[in-house]
Design a protein around this ligand. Structure first.
Ligand code: GLU
Length: 474
C-alpha cells in the first residue's frame, strides 16, 4: 500500500515506532507499554447540514489518548483528508507534548473532514456549531474534561463559535468560557496565544543555541544570528516562527515553501512582505526579487543550516531524507518526519528538535488561557500597578543614592509592572527552556539515548508511567 492509501495509519504507526524506540531504553514491560500507547476513547460523528439547498453529510472525530490528567487537551483540525488514525496519532502526540513541557493535561485531538476554502463564513459557522453540539452532547467538549484549540484549518473564529455553542447548551456552567482555548482576546482568549506556537519555536531555538556543545553536534557554531533557515508553510506557526526569528534573532530566511512552490533568496526574505503577498495573491509565485520553483518539495532539500517544516505530517520520509542538507531540523508541524525519515536523518547525523517539544508553545499558552478563564481574571490585573509603583520608588531611591537621573530606558524598564503579554511570554519562555534543558541533560547522561526525540519521549513516558502507577491503573 502507498503512503497515500495508508493515510493517517502510517502516521499513527510512525508515532508508535518512535515511542517504541523510547520504551526500548526504559524498563517498561510490554503490557505497560501497550497501555500507555493505546487511545482511551474515540468518538466518530456524522451529521447532515443543509448547504445551498443540498444536504451534505460531514464526518468528524475526537480522540482522547489519555485521561491521567483532566481535561484532555488538543486542537481540532479541518482538512479534506483527515481520518481516524491521523486524529489518534495527533492525540497521542498531545499526551507526550503536554508531559514534556509539564502542562497538566491529558492528550486529545479532533478532526473534521472538510475543505474550509469551499464554504462561506456563515456555512462554516453552521457546520462548526453543529460539530460542537455533537462533541458537547457526547462528553467530548467541556472545561473539565475535554478542551479543544485551533489546529490546521481552524483559528480564533471557530473557537469563538465553539465556546458560544457550549455556553448556550450549559449556561449554568460558570466556567463555560474555559471549554476551548485559542479564543479571540475579547471573547475570553489570552494575549499571545495566536503567535504562541511560533514564539515557542523561537524560544526553543534560542535555548538550543545557549548550549554550544549541542550546537557543535550539528556541525554549526556561534549563535542564531546569520543562520540560514528554510521554512515550509507560512500558516500561523510558520509565519510567526519565521517572522520572529528573522526580525529579532537575525536569522536569514533563505527559502519559503508554500502550496504553489518555493521562493528562494540567499540574502534573506522579508517574511512580513511575503506573508502580505501570499494573503493578497494566494500564492508565493511572483514575489518580487525571489527565484521561484513550482516544485516545492525541492525546497526541503536546499542547502541551509536549519530546516523548519511547519505545515503537515510526513513531508520528510525514506524517499527524501538522504537529500536533506540542513544540519538541524526543527519540527514546528506535528509529525513532519516519518519514523523511516527519522532513521535516515539520524544515521546521517542530522539533529532533530522533535515536534512534541518544538511546537509545544501553543498548548503551553492554552494552559495559561484555561487558568485565566477559571480565575475569571486576566493575568497581572491585581499586581501590575503595585509593581509599577514599587519600581518607581526603586528608581527614585537609586537616583537619590547615585545623585544622577537613571537613563530613560533603564528607568522605564525598572518601573514597569508586567502586563498579561509579558507574563505569558515569560511563562512560555520558562516552559521551553526547562523542557529543552531536561532533554539535553538526559541525552548526555544516558548513552543508550542517541537523539533528542528519544530523550523527550523518555521524559514524557517516565512521567506518564508514574501517573498511571500512582493511581494503580497499571
Ligand atoms: N493544535 C495545537 C497543537 O497541536 C495546540 C493544542 C492546544 O493548544 O490545545 O499543539
Amino acid at each position: 500500500m502507498t503512503q497515500q492509501q495508508l493515510g493517517g495509519l502510517s502516521f499513527r504507526r510512525s508515532v508508535d515506532q518512535m515511542v517504541d524506540r523510547a520504551l526500548g531504553v526504559m524498563q517498561v514491560t510490554p503490557d505497560v507499554a501497550e497501555a500507555i500507547k493505546a487511545c482511551a476513547s474515540v468518538l466518530q460523528v456524522s451529521f447532515p447540514v443543509n448547504i445551498r439547498g443540498r444536504v451534505e453529510l460531514f464526518t468528524g472525530w475526537r480522540a482522547v489518548h489519555s485521561t491521567h490528567r483532566l481535561p484532555s487537551k488538543g486542537g481540532i483540525r479541518y482538512a479534506p483528508n483527515v481520518d481516524q488514525p491521523e486524529v489518534e496519532a495527533l492525540a497521542a502526540l498531545m499526551t507526550y507534548k503536554c508531559s514534556i513541557v509539564s502542562v497538566p493535561f491529558g492528550g486529545s485531538k479532533g478532526g473534521l473532514r472538510i475543505d474550509p476554502s469551499k464554504y462561506t463564513r456563515d456555512e462554516m459557522q453552521t457546520v462548526t456549531r453543529r460539530f460542537a453540539r455533537e462533541l458537547a452532547s457526547k462528553g467530548f467538549l467541556s472545561p473539565a474534561m475535554n478542551v479543544p484549540a485551533p489546529d490546521v484549518g481552524t483559528g480564533q473564529r471557530e473557537m469563538a463559535w465553539i465556546a458560544d455553542t457550549y455556553k448556550q447548551l450549559h449556561p449554568e456552567d460558570v466556567n463555560y468560557v474555559a471549554c476551548v482555548t485559542g479564543k479571540p482576546v475579547d471573547h475570553g482568549g489570552i494575549q499571545g496565544r495566536t503567535e504562541a506556537t511560533g514564539r515557542g519555536v523561537q524560544f526553543g531555538l534560542r535555548e538550543f543555541f545557549r548550549h554550544p556543545e549541542e550546537v557543535r553536534r550539528t556541525g554549526m557554531d556561534g549563535g542564531l544570528d546569520g543562520k540560514r533557515v528554510v521554512i515550509q508553510g507560512l500558516g500561523n506557526v510558520g509565519y510567526h516562527a519565521a517572522k520572529f526569528l528573522s526580525e529579532e534573532d537575525g536569522v536569514r530566511i533563505v527559502a519559503i515553501v508554500e502550496r504553489d512552490g518555493v521562493i528562494v533568496d540567499p540574502n534573506g526574505l522579508d517574511v512580513e512582505a511575503v506573508y502580505q503577498y501570499l494573503v493578497a495573491h494566494g500564492k508565493v509565485e511572483g514575489f518580487p526579487g525571489a527565484a521561484f520553483d513550482a516544485d516545492g518539495a525541492k525546497g526541503l532539500l536546499l542547502e541551509c543550516d536549519i530546516l523548519i517544516p511547519a505545515a503537515v505530517e510526513g513531508v520528510i520520509h525514506e524517499g527524501n531524507a538522504a537529500a536533506v542538507q540542513a544540519k538541524l531540523v526543527v519540527e514546528a508541524a506535528n509529525g513532519p518526519v516519518t519514523s523511516e525519515g527519522d532513521r535516515v536523518l539520524r544515521d546521517r547525523g542530522v539533529e532533530i528538535l522533535p515536534d512534541a517539544y518544538a511546537n509545544a508553545g501553543g498548548v503551553v499558552v492554552s494552559y495559561f488561557e484555561w487558568i485565566r478563564n477559571l480565575t475569571h481574571m486576566r493575568f497581572g490585573r491585581l499586581e501590575r500597578r503595585f509593581d509599577e509603583a514599587r519600581g518607581e520608588e526603586l528608581v527614585s531611591a537609586l537616583e537619590a543614592i547615585g545623585g544622577t537621573p537613571l537613563q530613560h530606558y533603564l528607568r522605564s524598564k525598572l518601573a514597569k509592572g508586567a502586563d498579561e503579554l509579558d507574563l505569558v511570554r515569560s511563562g512560555l519562555d520558562d516552559a521551553m527552556r526547562i523542557a529543552l534543558h531536561e532533554i539535553i541533560e538526559l541525552r548526555n547522561s544516558d548513552e543508550q539515548i542517541e537523539d533528542y526525540r528519544t530523550a523527550a519521549y523518555v521524559i514524557a513516558l517516565r512521567k506518564l508511567s508514574k501517573a498511571y502507577i500512582y493511581v494503580g491503573e497499571i
